[in-house]
Design a protein around this ligand. Structure first.
Ligand code: SF4
Ligand code: SF4
Ligand code: SF4
Length: 326
């Protein structure tokens, strides 16, 4: 926790989840407790006249780009766009609108997208949902929110999604840490399901101490949300919930992986689960890349735990490093 706090402080971010004030933010599982004038952990909200307000009104800190399809999406092997009729889609050179939010409500020490932190500290660039939705064109097949994380931008991402789905039938996908407020989880699940998109859930750990050490925050809301989404997904026609697990050497070894796989299987053993190789980044640049032996053992253990659709997501990243991964 000291590492999380010192890093954030040096970058001009709120060092720790505010926990002592009387004004409670209901917008994500962190439930920041703010004093008047305090800014929340995501840098997006402020306590004003006894209430929690968005610092930038209807605008979010966000950037975007087009990714030609097929993209190297974490759900590509079950993706409704790339699976349904690839020949048709590729011939029309469809694109994915990749939406990069410049804020996050986690603080992963291994984060590979740390540019969100500068955006979060700066509070720019800013866009309304209308401005963001207007960049889509007639080749836009899907939108994917990531960043940073859409978990602390539920209203903005939902408004953008509704505009994109209503006007262009764009499929809506979220790539998230799952630390979403219960009040936003349902509407997000609804638009993803209705549009035929996928919810890519980055499940970092089940054991609370490991999760908190890696991310700086609690996984209480994360696990509860996963259970709710798995339940919604059980009646799915196409894939709805897709899990990714990052195999961080020394942290997500086989014993934690077994707990993770059992947790997923207890909800629905058919949920597609991708094991991802870790590469050194941010405050964990001293660790090795995930070894092939670690990834392959993880896959075997996940299958033994009952999962029926498991894959290693980024084989090219795996190393021959020699370390203990029990
Ligand atoms: S959205 Fe989450 S991180 Fe941001 S202020 Fe609210 S509770 Fe805190
Ligand atoms: S963002 Fe969604 S629809 Fe687009 S490629 Fe990824 S899983 Fe498929
Ligand atoms: S949830 Fe994702 S974007 Fe946020 S800190 Fe963790 S890895 Fe980075």
């Amino acid at each position: 926790m000291r590492k999380h706090e010192s890093l954030r402080e040096s970058e001009g971010l709120v060092p720790a989840i505010p926990a002592a004030g009387a004004i409670v933010c209901p917008d994500c599982g962190n439930h920041c407790r703010l004093y008047e004038g305090n800014i929340g952990y995501c840098n997006l909200r402020v306590a004003k006249e006894g209430k929690v307000e968005h610092r930038f009104g209807r605008k979010a800190v966000v950037s975007w780009y087009f990714d030609p399809l097929p993209t190297n999406c974490v759900a590509d092997w079950v993706c409704p766009v790339t699976k349904r009729d690839p020949a048709f889609h590729y011939s029309r050179r469809l694109n994915n609108l990749a939406v990069f939010y410049g804020s996050c409500n986690s603080d992963c020490l291994f984060c590979q997208n740390t540019s969100y932190r500068e955006m979060m500290a700066r509070g720019s660039p800013l866009m309304t949902a209308e401005e963001l939705a207007s960049v889509a064109n007639d080749r836009t097949a899907c939108v994917c929110y990531f960043g940073g994380d859409p978990a602390c931008n539920p209203e903005h991402s939902l408004e953008t999604s509704r505009l994109l789905y209503q006007s262009r039938r764009v499929k809506v996908c979220y790539e998230t840490n799952g630390n979403i407020s219960t009040k936003w989880l349902g509407p997000i699940a609804d638009i993803v399901k209705e549009s035929g998109g996928t919810l890519k859930f980055d499940l970092k750990a089940v054991t609370p101490q490991i999760y908190k050490g890696l991310t700086g925050v609690s996984n209480k809301a994360v696990l509860a949300n996963f259970e709710k989404l798995a339940k919604i997904g059980r009646e799915r026609e196409s894939e709805f919930l897709v899990v990714s697990i990052l195999l961080v050497p020394g942290y997500i070894g086989i014993s934690e992986l077994r707990v993770l796989a059992q947790f997923i299987a207890s909800q629905d053993p058919t949920i597609p689960t991708a094991m991802l190789g870790f590469s050194p980044h941010h405050a964990m640049s001293d660790l090795p890349r995930t070894s092939r032996a670690h990834a392959e053992t993880a896959k075997t253990v996940a299958i033994e735990a009952g999962l029926t659709n498991v894959r290693i997501g980024n084989v090219g990243l795996l190393s021959s490093a020699n370390y203990t991964y029990e």
